[in-house]
Design a protein around this ligand. Structure first.
Ligand code: C2E
Ligand code: SIN
Ligand code: SIN
Ligand code: FE
Length: 395
């Protein structure tokens, strides 16, 4: 290929690269596109994108192991990528195994054999390295200065997109976490535990939504919005909420208002998830046959999301211990719910509950394991006692 043609080809590849990365805002997909394009453009066998995790002082990257994807982490300063991230300078070596900076750790895990390596820093807005582009095993011979120049251009092009996608991802996560913690406030007052019922009913709701044929995004939305269904309980007096025995009729009337209080707290939100949460809060105690509250809606007058959450909520409430009742066995809960098909619950949702029952139980067991881990975490925060402490617990 002539010099001119080569330059033209390169320009085409660069503008394609620019177009592709500008079109993707999800970090995960962005990293995959970048790795694939860069590998192709510099004619390398592999490309890894490492990102700096400032809090942990580590670099992480995703590697494909057979069918699976795994996150690998290396300490800052270690290995070639760690060196590049720490010093901000590029590395170009012909034979990795003869370079003392190369640790072979990744090769050992992936079974890959690295020969030539070219790595350049990804510089963020403030000039700090936010990550490293690393290409491995040049098609023929070693990577040239020209390859290095090219990789630097690609890194410059990609850096701000990666930074933006990372910020967006952080924002999305903190939004989800804030929603969850809001729900925890209400739950904490009710059950004095931290999220046991919320985590499980949220997982069940997501599973049921998928089984109902909703898209992944819709099911995820239901999963993340559902923990707020009982947020209105924060407005219910303790004497009712925490009453160890059966509620008097007037007390139950007040208790029923948690659906209205919750939707009043959430209504007209800008966030899609909070609007969905409002829809769920108002209708999660409506019954399919019209015998529920607060509006005695019937059948498909009740939002489908609420019909789903209602099954998830009651199933988990039954198998949980409450101030006013003991925990039922899974079998008893199943029998009860089957008996309420078409009465309390939408038969289509009950169908899905039984079709996906194995997944439900697996999710329940997984969350129970997580809760045990969290209990161990909570023991970091003992009740204050006469015993003097010399420092705060680690947060
Ligand atoms: P929750 O404890 O989260 O229960 C949610 C729903 O699960 C209940 O909605 C009900 O449909 C179902 N459920 C829970 N436990 C039982 C049970 O032992 N038997 C049957 N058949 N169903 C059960 P519901 O009844 O509309 O109650 C809404 C909320 O009102 C409950 O939320 C709870 O906070 C409160 N509540 C209901 N009954 C009593 C009670 O007798 N004493 C007290 N202290 N609170 C109650
Ligand atoms: C949380 O569980 O703390 C937040 C919600 C999530 O991302 O799972
Ligand atoms: C938490 O996320 O703070 C605790 C959750 C749990 O105990 O289930
Ligand atoms: Fe409720």
């Amino acid at each position: 290929m002539g010099r001119r043609q080569e330059l033209e080809k390169r320009q085409t590849l660069l503008s394609r690269f620019g177009r592709l990365i500008a079109a993707e805002t999800r970090l995960d997909a962005l990293l995959t596109i970048i790795a694939e394009e860069v590998r192709h453009i510099v004619n390398a066998d592999r490309c890894s994108v490492f990102l700096v995790d400032m809090y942990k002082g580590e670099l992480w990257t995703k590697v494909a192991l057979g069918m699976e994807e795994k996150i690998l982490r290396i300490p800052m300063g270690q290995g070639i990528a760690g060196f590049v991230a720490k010093t901000g300078s590029a590395v170009n070596i012909r034979d990795a195994y003869r370079d003392t900076r190369f640790t072979q750790d990744l090769d050992r895990i992936t079974g890959y054999q690295t020969r030539s390596v070219l790595a350049v820093p990804l510089k963020g807005r403030e000039g700090r390295a936010v990550g490293v582009f690393e290409v491995l095993n040049k098609g023929k011979g070693a990577f040239t200065d020209e390859d290095e120049g090219l990789l630097r251009i690609l890194a410059t092009m990609a850096a701000s997109f990666i930074e933006n996608a990372t910020l967006y991802e952080d924002l999305r996560r903190s939004h989800l976490e804030t929603i969850y913690r809001m729900a925890l406030v209400a739950e904490f007052r009710d059950q004095k535990d931290t999220g046991r019922h919320l985590r499980r009913m949220s997982r069940f709701s997501g599973i049921l939504a998928s089984a109902m044929g909703m898209t992944y995004q819709e099911a995820e939305d239901i999963r993340y919005a559902s923990p707020l269904h009982d947020i209105g309980k924060v407005a219910i007096p303790d004497a009712i909420l925490r009453k160890p025995g059966k509620l008097e009729p007037d007390e139950f009337e007040e208790m029923k208002r948690h659906t209205i209080y919750g939707s009043q707290m959430l209504v007209n939100a800008e966030s899609r998830l909070l609007r969905l949460a409002a829809k769920i809060a108002i209708a999660h105690h409506e019954h399919f046959d019209g015998s529920g509250y607060p509006y005695a809606l019937k059948g498909d007058q009740i939002a489908i999301e609420a019909r789903i959450v209602s099954v998830a909520d009651v199933f988990d409430a039954l198998v949980s211990k409450r101030v006013y009742k003991g925990a039922w066995t899974v079998e008893d809960a199943k029998t009860y719910i089957r008996g309420q098909e078409g009465k309390l619950f939408d038969p289509a949702v009950i169908d899905c509950l039984f079709k996906s029952f194995e997944d439900i139980i697996a999710a329940m067991e997984e969350e129970n394991r997580r809760i045990l881990e969290d209990e161990a975490f909570k023991s970091n925060f003992p009740e204050p006692s006469a015993k003097p402490v010399d420092q705060h617990p680690h947060i």
